[in-house]
Design a protein around this ligand. Structure first.
Ligand SMILES: Nc1ncnc2c1ncn2[C@@H]1O[C@H](COP(=O)(O)OP(=O)(O)O)[C@@H](O)[C@H]1O
Ligand SMILES: N[C@@H](CCOP(=O)(O)O)C(=O)O
Length: 321
């Protein structure tokens, strides 16, 4: 359960009083998520999500996330909308953390994605990329290749307590990616964390995208690599080529990959696997005392990394040659 910061009833009432949403009727901490503290609040105006931004979110980046959600919604994408206070601002402070209220989206993440879900996500991802093309703000990706070594250093000493040999294998993978990371691919706004818990479905229909707090400016195809990792592996660790094919085809129906993007896919998938392995490893080794959070398994991404190290071309992910 991700609630790092507890909020008293008095603090909550005073915070919500700055908005035109009526009085708070109830509030409860949300079990899902690992990054921020989230509460579902019910007020006289309906349901909302209250987010308190935690360690990985820099306060300076918040206007980018808020502006992006507003921009994407204006372009027709269904995503949470920041609720503005009476004074016009969307960001406040609560229990010592930066905080915001956003609209509640109907729908649910799927626990076991099927092939049609993967196709729908590929298509939605490409629509997000097109919708973000004229967004006026930029945010560098702090968790791209230059951000991986500090994470590795933070985890190196205790990595082998998770599985023997992990520190050395990670060092090798990191050095390979630092030396060969693709440059010059088409860039734009990427979601950078479009995992199954961040995509809502109502029945079979994709109903909305949430959690834009890793969004940044980076290679568009890297976002597709993140999704291939997050959606197309089975619980036994195998890559499901049919899901990969559906996702890539869904993406390309809206935005065809350029030849350099297609060629870079195996490296981008390797990088995406290492990125999530490293953040999970750091979190696994550093659970804050008292926090209600279940850290995610870094070894799941270690296994994905090993798969990508054997891949040679986009066809290994289901893209037709
Ligand atoms: N706008 C929203 N509408 C409905 N539910 C939401 C919304 N935002 C977050 N949630 C719920 O809260 C959970 C955690 O949100 P998320 O943004 O993924 O947290 P974190 O950034 O901590 O990972 C989601 O899985 C979802 O259940
Ligand atoms: N998706 C990341 C962790 C970030 O959690 P989220 O709940 O914000 O998606 C991972 O799986 O490592």
């Amino acid at each position: 359960m991700a609630v790092y910061t507890e909020v008293t009833d008095e603090e909550l009432t005073a915070f919500v009083a700055q908005y035109d949403v009526g009085a708070v009727l109830s509030a409860k901490g949300i079990a899902e998520g690992v990054e921020n503290s989230n509460y579902l609040i019910h007020t006289e105006a309906g349901f909302f999500i209250l987010t308190l931004y935690e360690k990985r979110v820099k306060e300076d980046d918040l206007p980018f996330f808020i502006g992006l959600m507003e921009h994407l919604a204006a372009k027709g994408l269904t995503c949470p909308q920041p609720v503005r206070m009476r004074g016009g601002g969307a960001l406040g402070r609560l229990a010592g953390r930066p905080a915001a209220i956003v609209t509640f989206l109907d729908g649910m993440g799927v626990k076991r994605p099927g092939v049609p879900h993967c196709g729908a996500v590929g298509e939605a991802l490409a629509r997000l990329h097109l919708a973000g093309a004229d967004f006026g703000m930029r945010r560098a990706n702090a968790l791209s290749v230059q951000g991986w070594r500090p994470l590795y250093e933070a985890a190196r000493e205790r990595a082998d307590t998770v599985t023997p040999g992990l520190a050395e294998a990670t060092a090798r993978a990191l050095a390979g990616l630092e030396a060969n990371w693709p440059r010059g691919l088409p860039e734009g706004v990427i979601h950078a964390d479009l995992f199954p818990d961040n995509v809502f479905f109502l029945g079979p229909r994709l109903s909305g995208l949430i959690d834009f707090y890793f969004a940044c400016t980076d290679a568009l195809a890297y976002d597709l690599a993140i999704c291939l990792n997050a959606w197309c592996f089975e619980v036994d660790g195998s890559f499901n080529l049919t899901k990969g094919r559906a996702m890539i085809a869904g993406y390309e129906r809206v935005r065809p990959l350029t030849p350099p993007e297609a060629e870079a896919l195996p490296l981008l998938c390797r990088g995406a696997a290492l990125r999530f392995m490293l953040t999970r490893l750091v979190d696994w080794l550093n659970v804050p005392p008292g926090a209600l959070v279940k850290p995610k398994d870094p070894l799941e991404y270690y296994r994905k990394l090993r798969f990508h190290e054997r891949a040679t071309c986009a066809a290994d992910y289901g893209r037709d040659a």
